[in-house]
Write a protein of this length. Structure first.
Length: 169
């Protein structure tokens, strides 16, 4: 650290001269850009001052047509966005997996219920029941959050529904 401080002290005059030169270069750049901007503003004002009523009306009509065209394109984009939003609702969006022990003599939560649903809670549930002697695989359709066939407690949890309690008659 002392070496760096010593170097700066030894050459401080050169650093000062360099900074002054750099500042002058930046000052000249600012002046050049300022003059260019001023000339551009003068040309624009002169053009508007020299323009007759017909030229101004033509320019306004042209701008109006461009705005109208942009409005039409914006309306088309809104319609397309609404179509795409509707299509997204039908895409598979919600997945969930619930692992459980299907049988008392088998551990390790080898059985599962996998739900794959769209925004309307319509899709399928794939259930696998793993046992020591055999395994079973089931697929059930789900429409609006309800199974077309009776759903087990784990399958209901997989689609995010609360299991229905059995009623005592």
């Amino acid at each position: 650290m002392h070496e760096v401080v010593g170097f700066v002290k030894d050459y401080d005059a050169y650093f000062s001269i360099g900074l002054v030169a750099f500042s002058l270069i930046l000052f000249i750049c600012v002046i050049v850009q300022s003059s260019r901007l001023s000339r551009l503003a003068q040309r624009k004002s002169a053009k508007l001052a020299d323009a007759g009523a017909e030229e101004l009306a033509e320019a306004i009509t042209e701008q109006s047509a461009m705005i109208s065209d942009l409005r039409n394109k914006l309306d088309e984009a809104r319609v397309r966005q609404m179509e795409l939003a509707g299509a997204v609702d039908n895409c598979l969006q919600k997945t969930n997996i619930i692992r459980f022990n299907a049988f008392e003599d088998v551990g390790g939560e080898q059985s599962f219920a996998l739900s794959v649903l769209d925004a309307n809670n319509t899709g399928i549930i794939i259930s696998s029941l793993y046992g020591r002697q055999d395994s079973r695989l089931y697929v059930k359709n789900v429409k609006n959050g309800e199974g077309e066939r009776a759903l087990s407690e784990e399958e209901q949890r997989a689609i995010g529904a609360r299991p229905k309690k059995a009623t005592v008659a």
